[in-house]
Design a protein around this ligand. Structure first.
Ligand code: DX5
Ligand code: ZN
Length: 216
């Protein structure tokens, strides 16, 4: 099955976001991935709601919002108000994950849960049937352009098995170091959605790069 592609805006040209969003609109990208960082959960700060709202006005693709922040449950209504399709929270940031997932659904969005590289998939056993997507970080969150962590391939296979055995409909999304080399391995391991930032936005022809990633 062809993967869904969700380009990460983190590697776009922040001086001219409109041009990059129009490129995404014209491409075969399925979603647009937005990385929100608070400088507490991760050692970096990216952008917040004023930027998401502006992007949402121009972008024709569903927004896939990845919150790398503490207390993401405090921002559910604000994320919903941007019109986002998916709200993705980190397992490590949620004390009451089940409640947070319910609240995201009640706000009318799809709910995703993200695991840092060191967090094992077995911790999701009791929530896997309630989530729409699991995002496996294949780099430590906070920065674009990092090297793919190879162990994530085996982790993707373990998650694929858990999802298939449980009857969950959750998609598997991978984020970090996705490029022409790692993408086919990830699809073979069972990934459904590939996030890619620097590989797409630094390419000479981002539209062709997105097209090629979709051919896997
Ligand atoms: C990192 C972010 C990623 C980042 C990926 O914390 O979650 O979405 O943009 O960038 P690349 O594809 O360059 O590794
Ligand atoms: Zn991300």
């Amino acid at each position: 099955m062809k993967p869904l592609i969700s380009p990460s805006l983190l590697s776009a040209n922040f001086l001219d976001l409109k041009t990059d969003i129009q490129m995404i609109n014209a491409s075969e990208a399925d979603w647009l991935h937005l990385d929100i960082m608070d400088g507490v959960f991760v050692p970096n700060i990216s952008f917040g709601f004023p930027v998401i709202k502006a992007v949402a006005k121009e972008c024709k693709k569903p927004l896939d919002v990845h919150l790398m922040i503490v207390h993401p449950e405090n921002y559910i209504s604000q994320v919903a108000a941007t019109g986002a399709m998916m709200m993705n929270v980190h397992y490590e940031a949620c004390v009451h994950l089940h409640r947070t997932i319910q609240q995201i659904h009640d706000a009318g969005m799809k709910a995703g849960v993200t695991l840092n590289p060191s967090t094992p998939v077995c911790l999701l056993e009791d929530i896997i049937c309630d989530v729409d997507m699991v995002l496996l970080m294949s780099v430590n969150p906070g920065f674009g352009g990092q090297k793919f962590i190879e162990e994530i391939l085996a982790k993707t296979r373990r998650l694929r098995r858990m999802i298939d055995e449980s009857g969950s409909k959750a998609l598997i999304q991978i984020d970090g170091g996705v490029n022409a080399e790692t993408a086919p391995l990830l699809v073979e391991a069972g990934a459904d959605v590939l996030v890619s930032g620097s590989y797409i936005f630094k390419a000479a022809d981002p539209i062709a790069t997105i097209h090629d990633l979709k051919q896997l």
